[in-house]
Write a protein that binds this ligand. Structure first.
Ligand code: THU
Length: 134
């Protein structure tokens, strides 16, 4: 069901999730991105006492990718908790869109294992992206 690298990415997201800083919501999220250079970038949500200053895990992983010289998201895994699938929030879907193809796989995991595969296009249909500006 999952390729070796997909499994590895899910495990990375699940492991890094434990380091999330979420004292207010108690909702920890971990993200792992595989870029076009085959490097893996990790992110967690980092909340703040001034609530709106908190950042999502996806934003952290994307920032790490860009700072490391990666340009494209080839695969992204997201790990969260709760009874619902931890799919990325609307803003993060748009952030992922900036660096992905429409068919880029988005793997959703709970705190322990892979749950469901999406492609970005299914999460953000008819989206606005960099090509719209050219
Ligand atoms: N969160 C993420 O990190 N990514 C998402 O896509 C959904 C929400 C975080 C933000 C906040 O710290 C906590 O989860 C609860 O919303």
């Amino acid at each position: 069901m999952l390729t070796h690298v997909e499994k590895q990415l899910c495990e990375s997201a699940i492991t890094v999730r434990k380091n999330a800083y979420a004292p207010y919501s108690k909702f920890k999220v971990g993200v792992a991105i595989l870029d076009e250079l085959k490097n893996i970038h990790l992110g967690v949500n980092v909340e703040n006492a001034a609530y709106p200053q908190g950042t999502c895990a996806e934003a952290g992983a994307i920032s790490s990718m860009i700072a490391s010289g990666g340009k494209k998201i080839k695969l992204i895994a997201i790990s969260g908790s709760g009874s619902e699938l931890c799919t990325p929030c609307g803003g993060c879907r748009q952030k992922i869109r900036e660096f992905s193809a429409l068919k880029t796989p988005v793997l959703i995991c709970d705190e322990e294992m892979f749950q469901k595969r999406f492609i970005l296009e299914a999460l953000l249909p008819a989206s606005f992206g960099p090509d719209n500006l050219f």
